[in-house]
Design a protein around this ligand. Sequence first.
Ligand SMILES: [Mn+2]
Length: 358
Amino acid sequence: MKQWEHALPILAESGADAMIVRDTANIRYLTGYTNDTGVLVLTKDGTASLLTDFRFLFQAKAEAKDCEILDVAGTTYQDLIAKILAEHGSVRAAFERDITTYGEYEAMRKACSQELIPVDNVLIELRKIKTADELTKLRRAEQIGDIAFSKILNDVKPGVTELKIAAKLTYYMCMEGASGNSFSPIVASGVNSSMPHAIPGGRRLQEGDLVTMDFGCIYEGYCSDMTRTVVLGHADEKQRNIYETVLRAQTAVLEQIHGGMTGREIDGIARAIINEAGYEGCFGHGLGHSVGLEIHEPPYANARSEEIVRAGSMMTVEPGIYVESFGGVRIEDLVLVTEDGCENLTGSPKELIEVPVG
Ligand SMILES: [Mn+2]
């Protein structure tokens, strides 16, 4: 079976007879083409055309499997799409509503006589259960994060800026074979750690700081994600209490998670522990998300998610407690959900690390 043929039942279900795929992760998944410029047109009668320009042409020819490669030179994407649709007798073509810009839609509307149907990212359904090959890459990606974490502990010192820690995390991961960050590293020290997604800045680490580091890399296209929070010097009682509560919540999820639970049930395990410990309102984000070609993928584990998380899905487990004007703690592992539990891809230690000062 050709890889992109997996998309045909979804195409049929959407009520269309063709699909215009713009999402680069979907294109990569369906064809193997790894660059970020191109449009894939699938038709119900079983054809795949990958449109790109000269800069990417040879790469597309080398990588994309079972596709006709078309060069947009001398025409436009929209005119070429219209031509393909007409050739295959399409009357209703689906396009990804969250990816396609309004300008692109207008241009397609002008060029194409077909009905254009906006659809959600329906193709991502194919990417939820990871293949053995994807798991090999995800395991290595997460392992690279572990290596970076073990190295960065030597850099966590008074006077070092958050930005420098972020740069070094990136450097360590790339030196291990990563092609880059899966997202800009979060390094949040002291009171900044109360902001779950603080942007690293010029603040210099000082004794007594909580230091939260949330980072990940891309390895052969696949993303990793992990978070550790350490204390520079000795933790005080409040820091220790917050840390132990987050760790207890995370451990409980790792012990209880298994395929077949809803995202809300998984999230609820951690939330109940944090709330009962007196930190209600301090865990204002969801527990986790899946990871793959993209850093945030469905299924999600949060208080609203009724989706069943099936065995074979990836899930981050990242509870946190954030106290305004004080600081926060988050601990995040990446797991593969299995029938009766999970496989934890993250190997870094989780007991509270008090980094010696000088
Ligand atoms: Mn995450």
